[in-house]
Ligand binder design. Sequence first.
Ligand code: OGA
Ligand code: MN
Length: 336
Amino acid sequence: MINEVPPSVDTLWDKTEDQFMKTFKYYKSNKPPPLLAEVINIEDINNTDKILLLTQKNAVQEDERAKQLGLRELKSWQLYSFKEHPGLFLIRNPFTSNGQRYWIQKCLQVYPRKPNKRNIDMETNVEDWWEACHRHGRCDKQLMKKLRWTTLGYHHNWDTKVYSDDNKSVFPEELSALCDVVARYLGYEEFRAEAAIVNYYHMNSTLSAHTDHSEVNLEAPLFSFSFGQSAIFLIGGRDKTTVPSAILLNSGDVMVMSKEARLCYHAVPKILPYAPTPWNDEAFDDQLDIMYMKDTRRSPPFKLNEWSIFENYIKESRINMNVRQVLYETQCNLKD
Ligand code: OGA
Ligand code: MN
């Protein structure tokens, strides 16, 4: 009789090993740079074995707010799912060029203003970061590079990871409307945008492996908007033992983490240059300027010459707006 061979320490180790970290390090590396052949790129049709195009043009109901929010007609959107990641969806850039410029400008000029919280609050007390970066017609590159995140609505507490009713500011109406349009498109009629992190990445920035579990309501989807340079986004399983998939996120793309994908480990190991400039593809449209003036304190409408300072930033950076619902639909605050 042949004795059954007990599993070696090596094979046990393989199963519990941090596969996520291995992949993260692979893509983070500069020397040697990673091969991108395995990265899922929705702009590359050769990757179709890992993704499914779900769009059903006829079934889509238009939303009259779309144009004002810088979105194209909903019937032209391309919605993808990922075979290995149920609950994960990607809408390929549904924004017009004006829309991209509008949101980039919001993220740089408006959202980092007090009373929103920012990483730079620990070392400076500037009210208006963008204005301080461009005071006296100069460009303070050092201050510009310092901004890594700003939080809106229920402020994410990076230490305790616990939200509090005493630590929130008004959630921007236009961002809430944007999420509402996207949520309804996916059949989530009840979604309420209540907390957001805006992440600012430079070409060498990374975001390490984590799950987003601070929200009371973890059944609501999470919406993640990318602008500027591209990112390699890793998504794995509920723990770090599964090998994650790598997905390329380009300017304008909207990632939705719902159901099984909502609590999966994810990370950004690398920012990659993106050759196209979708924020410049179409001529400037006055209608968004009007909308911008209406809902923005102190901000002038953006003009061509002014856009160039935003453009200079976005040519070397990536911005991610990461929006969550915190409460259950029946709650008005955390204590309910
Ligand atoms: C986050 C996050 C991902 C991204 O802010 O929690 O996961 O694409 N961001 O930047
Ligand atoms: Mn996250």
